[in-house]
Design a protein around this ligand. Sequence first.
Ligand code: HEC
Length: 201
Amino acid sequence: MNLNNLKFLIKICFLAAATGFLIIWFGLFNISARVEHWDITSNFIEFVRERSIRSNAEAVTVPDLSDKTRVARGAANYAAMCAQCHLAPGFSSSELHEGLYPQPPVLSKPDKHEREPIETFWIIKNGLKMTAMPAWGIYNSDEQIWDLIALIEALKDMSSDEYQKLVAAGEHTHAKGRHAGENDSGSEKMIHTNLLHAPDE
Ligand code: HEC
């Protein structure tokens, strides 16, 4: 490449960067959660997410996810911490599920969640930047996360009644036994809200 070509290329790059900056400066990028990304942007974000999950997920030992006691232990925690966003058998919507962008996937749908368990484990433990998916590993042990994954696997074939029974029978145990509402200092309350509407009939 000769010097003139190089200069031309630098000018083009500078112009592109300046245009990008002006678009952002004048607020032309609409940050609203109600305006979808262009396909090219969505595909790029998905590519970044999948590459990152694949390379960060560690080779941890996967326990028996069909273990019924794990499924039962996961239910009440799922209802308290996940169902508002990811829904559950018998629930077809919630404010959080409808309002978030990207929209949280419905984890009980059989076509969803076709991932290696170690990837799901990593996602739940670490969360996903800029998506509203929290890092649950801050307050939940690895065992509690595997219980949630066992429950999610079981949700695919679970009726609304079965789900309700499991949730009612279980105890919400996350936050290392602090579910009575206290954080580390024991002085401040942790808030748990369940914004799900009543089950669909
Ligand atoms: C405030 C909303 C919110 C809550 C609460 C929440 N999530 Fe998520 N979660 C999300 C969003 C949004 C995504 C999608 C992120 C994306 O598209 O990149 C997600 C993605 C996931 C995924 C990845 C799905 C896939 O394979 O692509 C899993 C698994 C998951 N969440 C599990 C959970 C579990 C388990 C809980 C409860 C302990 C939970 N989430 C609570 C918002 C939430």
